[in-house]
Structures are given as structure tokens and as C-alpha cells.
Ligand binder design. Structure first.
Ligand code: CNA
Length: 281
């Protein structure tokens, strides 16, 4: 039947269609969902990559059975030294965005970006020129600090000073250790996370990049895409479970995200524009 034919056609949605539709201006409301994988080439290890991921390293370095403990609120309140040491070992201000960050910036510059939901806490989105209003930092970021008990905002620079001196900074009110405004396991997500969800319903293209989609509730966001939204997943390893997979227009491009993006930029004929955009940031 006619229906059957049109279904089959849609199931054949390919990378070529993605390029054609992007070129022809068919996508105007692109939602990008990102994870730690897009910052790996900036020199920030992700969590779950075998061998080089933070979880594998922590297991080896501290003999920790459960390296997620470093981001457990309960554990932090009892003993913040593990997290303070971890924070001290990275210079969070020293990293530069990757090609993938800049690609999202270019989409925004072209007026095509709907929203970028990110799980990353490195705030590299802003350095790549993505406008602040378009970024939902679902797990917070390192730009502020707070007391996890009374919620009082604290100065991140003071927090950094304490860390540098190897001292624990405690809240003057409740004596609880101060932490950056990144969401730990056991903490609730910023209100913006649910407040911006309706935007996802307006997407005509979804791009999911560099995430294992292992963390809830972020990993349920792909389900919000309307059924006829085209969805492209870019990841180095196969993702075990993509909630939105099985939709008619869904493709996976496996590989290093910066390689995949470079090829895409070439296919789109956007190379010159992309170069100029990066130079302007
Ligand atoms: P994850 O679970 O570590 O998954 C990362 C995924 O990215 C894996 O599937 C990798 O295969 C893939 N990947 C790694 N490198 C590349 C690459 N170059 N190209 C393409 N794919 C690649 O990380 P998620 O983001 O899914 O998990 C959510 C956690 C990770 C959030 O709570 C973050 O706060 C947390 N995190 C953030 C950062 C950061 O801000 N940069 C770093 C480490 C962890």
C-alpha cells in the first residue's frame, strides 16, 4: 500500500539525506544533546571509556570499587577530600573547545540551533561561541559554588583558592563542605532542565554526540523528540540503548566526533565559513 511504501522510504533515511536537508535549509530547529565524549579531544577524560575514562583511572589509582563515589553527595559531605583532590588535579580554565563544540557554535551563528542540552560541566560551550541562552547545563558547571546543605551561593574563586591551599572550605552557617555547582549523584538537577524540555518538542533535527546515555534523567531526553524528527547519533562506541532508536528517521555515525563533524562540514561545503567562525571566537 501507499503507506507501506512511504514507511520504507523513511526507514532509508541516510547520511546523504542529512547533508541534503541541512544544505537546503530544511532543518531550522536543531537540538543537540551532548556528553563528555565531545570534550575528550580537548584533553578532558570522559567517565566510561575503557582504559582512558575517569572511572577506569580512578579504579586503578585509588583502588576504588565504585568510582562514581567521587561524585556522591553523601560521601562528599562525610569526606570531601577525594573530590577536592580530583578538582585540584585539573586546571579547569585551561581547556579549549573542540571542533564539535565549534560546529554547535556555527549552527547557532546560522540561526539553526534550537537548544544544546549538555551533561558536561566544563562550560566549553560558551568558549565555542554558543550563546548562553541556548545552553542547558543539565548537570551544572564549574562557574559557581554553593553549600549543598543550605544552598547558599559561594564564590568559585574562593573555592579554587581553598583547593589550591589544600584546605576544605566549610559553610559559615552549617559547616557543610562547599562544592562547585556541578550536580552530584543524590542532588537534584537545575530547574532549567525541566523548564526547557518543551523546546525539544519543536526540533526538526536531533543530534546526539559523545554520550553513553547511561545517566538518568538526561538519557530520557531523546524520547521527547517528535516521531518524525530526524535523529543523528555520533559516538565512538555503540551506545547500548538509544531511547529514540526505532523511529523512522534515525541514523548512527560511528567514530571520533571531530572526524565525523569534519567530514560533515566538507560534505556541506561549509569549510570556509567554519574556519572563519572558529577564527572569530
Ligand atoms: P560517558 O558515560 O563517559 O560517555 C562518553 C561517551 O563518549 C562514550 O560512549 C564514549 O565512547 C564516547 N566518546 C569518547 N570520546 C569520543 C570521541 N572523541 N568522539 C566520539 N565519541 C566519544 O559520559 P556521559 O556524558 O554520557 O555521562 C554523563 C556524565 C559525564 C555527566 O554527568 C558529566 O558531568 C560527566 N563528565 C563530564 C565531563 C566534562 O564536562 N567534559 C568529563 C567527564 C565526565
Amino acid at each position: 500500500s501507499g503507506n507501506f511504501t512511504s514507511d520504507t522510504e523513511e526507514m532509508n533515511y541516510t547520511a546523504k539525506d542529512l547533508v541534503e536537508n541541512l544544505k537546503n535549509g530544511k532543518y531550522k530547529n536543531i537540538t543537540v544533546l551532548t556528553g563528555a565524549g565531545i570534550s575528550v579531544n580537548a584533553g578532558i577524560p570522559d567517565f566510561r571509556s575503557p582504559k582512558i575514562g575517569l572511572y577506569a583511572t580512578l579504579k586503578e589509582k585509588y583502588g576504588m570499587d565504585d568510582p562514581t563515589e567521587i561524585f556522591s553527595l553523601q560521601r562528599f559531605i562525610k569526606d570531601p577530600t577525594l573530590f577536592y583532590n580530583f578538582f585540584r588535579e585539573q586546571d579547569w580554565n585551561s581547556y579549549s573547545p573542540t571542533l564539535t563544540h565549534y560546529f554547535i557554535g556555527l549552527l547557532d551563528y546560522k540561526g539553526l540551533l534550537n537548544v544544546n542540552y549538555t551533561q558536561n560541566i566544563d562550560a566549553l560551550e560558551l568558549k565555542a561561541g554558543i550563546s548562553k541562552e541556548k545552553v542547558v547545563a543539565a548537570h551544572g558547571n564549574m562557574s559557581g559554588a554553593h553549600c549543598p546543605k543550605c544552598g547558599q551561593s559561594k564564590n568559585i574563586k574562593t573555592f579554587e583558592e581553598y583547593v589550591k591551599r589544600g584546605k576544605i572550605w566549610r559553610c559559615n552557617k552549617c559547616k557543610c563542605p562547599i562544592k562547585p555547582t556541578v550536580v552530584f549523584f543524590g542532588e537534584s538537577l537545575p530547574t532549567e532542565f525541566s523548564e526547557s524540555m518543551d523546546k525539544i518538542k519543536e526540533s526538526d533535527l536531533g543530534i546526539i554526540i559523545g554520550t553513553s546515555l547511561a545517566v538518568s534523567p538526561f538519557n530520557s531526553l531523546p524520547e521527547i523528540f517528535p516521531r518524525d524528527t530526524s535523529i543523528v547519533t555520533i559516538n565512538r562506541e555503540p551506545i547500548k540503548h538509544i531511547p529514540a532508536l526505532g523511529r523512522p528517521k534515525c541514523i548512527t555515525l560511528e567514530g571520533d566526533c571531530d572526524d565525523v563533524i569534519s567530514n560533515l562540514i566538507k560534505d556541506l561545503g561549509w569549510e570556509q565559513e567554519f574556519k572563519e567562525f572558529i577564527a572569530a571566537q
